[in-house]
Design a protein around this ligand. Structure first.
Ligand SMILES: Nc1ncnc2c1ncn2[C@@H]1O[C@H](COP(=O)(O)OP(=O)(O)OP(=O)(O)O)[C@@H](O)[C@H]1O
Ligand SMILES: [Mg+2]
Length: 414
């Protein structure tokens, strides 16, 4: 215990925007991306289309540490895990890894889609340098944990994302790597499975093995990790004990709502609509930098319709607190509003007449369907801020540690 097992020196990763663009990318997205590269502070290039997703990282991680890696969307967390897992090479500097490493990154990496669950278990084990006998000894445990026994001989490309993640997690956690790297995938599972995974990661690390865990869920990070790293615009802001690092992360507020939707590559759906922009506004069409408790706010989502008809457009916005817990769900399915034809539209707005959220920073996930099929789904699509306001006309609001929102109420003495 205690000896450095991962040491990074001057680590940097530069991406060239547009180098690996999908063929169907709209021109507007390319322009949006370039504009952002010019405008955004820090990391990104002043001209041209290169930017540093990671820059000048120096850190060391000790054997047996449970390290939480936190930061806002696009901070470079996943890129860091990919560099450490040797899935991509750093542009500068180096990361020395002194142990066998198993990683669970985004759905779709790590497994061979054409092979069955069973074959993938053996493939992963042999990549980790285990013998067939060693893998066989672990096999039943992996299958029991994953709960996909019935589908063991089905190619994993036919698995649902939940099944996929269950098996991938079971494989990564049970094949006895010295370093276990997990990126957010727990979000795909249900609450019970998430608890099981956190428990398993604790167990893995109590055996002296090292765990690196990326999550937006601060409750999970605080529960699991004894140390944490906070990344911002590709730089390491602070590394240290978890409560101090989380406090620093919660203090840091980036001005204005984030709206990097067009450039997001980590989205799912058939593209019948694609969301490009998120802004906060007032009912009369004005812009807002932040919402205010008790005042009207409009969540505006700009979108581009795909080539086909946009029938029965459905949008859901799931709002999370800073701990990553879902606290509110706004959807035109629950309001009962039907948008049968939206082909000519480019914006869908959600009006909240009196914002019930207390001051703070909130994240949101965007989910839309067209004609019952998932059209655009962006997990952790962005953040926005709520400033304090006079909800009750008394100049008073509940204190910051008294929940995430308030509601109209009155007292009766009888
Ligand atoms: N292959 C790539 N080509 C170009 N840019 C990329 C590539 N992969 C990531 N990026 C960009 O690098 C930056 C860091 O991305 P990364 O996925 O590491 O962020 P993250 O901290 O994991 O964010 P999130 O919380 O949304 O998962 C982002 O601006 C992203 O768009
Ligand atoms: Mg990520």
């Amino acid at each position: 215990m205690g000896a450095p097992i991962i040491v990074a020196q001057g680590l940097g990763k530069k991406f060239t925007l547009g180098a690996k663009r999908e063929p169907y990318t709209a021109l507007r997205e390319v322009i949006g991306r370039k504009a952002r590269a010019l405008l955004s502070p820090g990391g990104k290039a002043k001209a041209g289309n290169e930017f540093w997703a990671l820059k000048d990282l120096d850190f060391s991680i000790n054997e047996g540490d449970r390290v939480g890696i936190i930061g806002r969307n696009g901070a470079g967390k996943s890129t860091l895990l990919k560099v450490i897992s040797r899935i991509i090479d750093p542009t500068e500097g180096r990361a020395e890894i002194r142990g066998r490493l198993a990683s669970l990154l985004e759905v779709g990496t790590g497994f061979h889609p054409e092979l069955s669950g069973r074959e993938n278990i053996f493939l992963n084990g042999s990549i980790l340098g285990m013998s067939r006998a060693e893998i066989t000894a672990r096999f039943d445990e992996i299958v029991a944990f994953s709960e996909v026994e019935r589908f063991l001989d089905t190619p994993v490309k036919r698995y649902s994302s939940g099944m996929y993640v269950r098996l991938a997690f079971a494989v990564a956690a049970h094949l006895e790597p010295e370093i276990l790297v997990v990126d957010e995938v727990l979000a795909v599972g249900d609450a019970e499975f998430q608890r099981k995974c956190i428990g398993k990661m604790k167990e893995v690390s109590s055996g002296g093995r090292t765990v690196l865990f990326v999550s937006h869920n601060m409750a999970a990070i605080q529960n699991l990790c004894n140390t944490a790293m906070y990344l911002r615009h590709g730089k390491l802001v602070v590394q240290g004990n978890t409560p101090a690092v989380v406090a620093e992360y919660l203090r840091a507020t980036d001005a204005g709502p984030s709206s990097d939707l067009a450039a997001r590559m980590d989205r799912q759906g058939n593209g019948a609509v694609r969301f490009t922009d998120f802004t906060l506004g007032t009912p009369d069409g004005g812009e807002l930098a932040a919402a205010q408790t008790g005042s009207a706010v409009v969540f505006r989502f700009d979108f581009q319709p795909g080539p086909g008809p946009v029938n029965n457009l459905h949008l859901a916005m799931g709002i999370d607190d800073v701990y990553g817990q879902r606290i509110l769900h706004l959807s035109n399915e629950t309001t009962g509003q039907v948008f049968a034809r939206a082909q000519e539209s480019t914006r869908i707005s959600i009006l909240v007449p009196r914002c019930p959220l207390l001051p703070g920073t909130y994240g949101f996930t965007l989910f839309s369907t067209v004609n019952g099929e998932v059209a655009d789904y962006i997990f952790n699509a962005g953040t926005f801020h709520v400033e304090s306001g006079d909800f009750f006309g008394t100049g008073r609001l509940p204190a910051g540690d008294q929940g995430a929102f308030t509601t109209e109420h009155s007292f009766i003495l009888s």
